[in-house]
Write a protein that binds this ligand. Structure first.
Ligand SMILES: NC(=O)c1ccc[n+]([C@@H]2O[C@H](COP(=O)([O-])OP(=O)(O)OC[C@H]3O[C@@H](n4cnc5c(N)ncnc54)[C@H](OP(=O)(O)O)[C@@H]3O)[C@@H](O)[C@H]2O)c1
Length: 325
């Protein structure tokens, strides 16, 4: 069994320095693998927008050029505002002709947009990517090497910081994870994670190689079936990285999930419902890393500011009690 034990020192999560100065990163940090990352990162799945395809930019040359500039500015804004944990995948569209609800069809992709906007990368930037999904189902184990090579090429890297096996439908992840472990041994990957997994999958993978992060769906009134996984990760010093923490039941369609208690608590803080949802996930443990996705610069700034919101015990209890889907 391989476990991550680098996070037993939770000093890295304090929000002020030794002199007591307020940190510009009030949500604190977490050591993800061998890198310290701010607990609010940025998910790049929504670079091309959300919602029905008809609402996305048309594929004219002018619209595409504007899309490219917009996405570059957004990624640079994220880094300027302190984001040093990007969550991406080769199959996330960045702009242009968006595909079906799974977003597999695009004229430009998140990984290419990241490279163009941010390479050469700062040493403190961690880019997490994921492999597994293909247009018509889960990749076979023998296809994973090619997918990792695609990510390396698209991102312009020699080694990927963190690669999740994003599984679906597997009873055992061992064969797939074993291939990624070999690629890690070969120096193509520094750290491994799992996405869309249950407890038994985590145990199977840990028999093969260390797991530094688990990425599952989770949010206020959403995916609470993953409460146990969140706790398991916390106990083992593994990052738990929830997706759909803002949109929750909106899932692929996006938008902020509607909920009266969330709206009421947002009013109490002079905050937005999206910020309350992010603050709630951060309150679930110092190992929980937010990766809200947005195509909107104002939303990006707002999401990062959510790190300053301290929910009271009463507010947390109200949000905890919202029935999950
Ligand atoms: N492992 C997996 O299977 C998996 C699956 C899904 C996602 N992910 C990862 O997790 C990340 C987060 O998930 P997600 O992006 O799908 O969903 P999300 O972060 O929960 O929500 C994104 C949606 O909320 C909206 N939004 C975000 N901030 C907002 C704000 N402050 N005010 C109003 N609306 C706001 C966005 O629209 P606007 O553009 O209008 O802001 C978008 O429609 C993804 O970007 C991706 O990196 C992983």
């Amino acid at each position: 069994m391989h476990r991550t034990d680098v996070n037993t020192d939770l000093a890295s999560t304090v929000a002020s320095d030794e002199a007591g100065r307020k940190s510009p990163n009030p949500a604190g940090s977490w050591r993800l693998g061998d890198q310290l990352v701010n607990r609010i990162g940025f998910g790049t799945k929504r670079l091309g927008g959300s919602g029905p395809i008809a609402h996305r930019p048309a594929g004219t040359p002018d619209a595409l050029a504007a899309g490219s500039e917009r996405v570059t500015a957004l990624l640079r804004q994220a880094v300027e505002l302190g984001v040093n944990h990007l969550d991406t995948a080769a199959f996330y569209p960045s702009y242009g002709r968006a595909g079906d609800k799974h977003g597999f069809d695009s004229v430009d992709w998140a990984n290419d947009a990241i490279r163009r906007a941010l390479a050469p990368y700062s040493d403190n930037l961690l880019i997490a990517t994921k492999v597994g999904p293909l247009e018509h189902g889960l990749a076979r184990p023998d296809q994973l090497r090619g997918l990792v090579e695609d990510n390396l090429r698209q991102l312009g890297l020699e080694t990927l910081d963190l690669v999740y096996l994003r599984q679906t439908g597997l009873t055992s992840v061992a064969e797939h994870f074993g291939i990624l472990a070999e690629l890690r041994e070969a120096g193509m990957i520094r750290h491994l994670g799992l996405s869309n997994v249950r407890g038994e999958h985590l145990a199977q993978a840990q028999e093969i190689a260390p797991v530094v992060a688990v990425q599952n769906r989770y949010g206020v009134g959403f995916g609470r079936v993953n409460d146990t996984m969140l706790a398991t990760c916390g106990a083992q010093g593994i990052a738990f990285v929830p997706f759909f923490a803002v949109t929750a039941t909106g899932r692929e369609e996006g938008g902020v999930a509607d909920s009266d208690p969330v709206v009421a608590i947002a009013r109490e803080h002079g905050a937005t419902p999206a910020q309350i949802r992010i603050a709630w996930t951060l309150a679930k443990g110092s190992h929980v890393l937010a990766i809200p996705g947005t195509s909107n610069p104002a939303h990006l700034a707002e999401n990062l500011a959510a790190g300053s919101i301290q929910l009271s015990a009463e507010q947390l209890a109200v949000l905890d009690a919202i029935p999950s889907d």
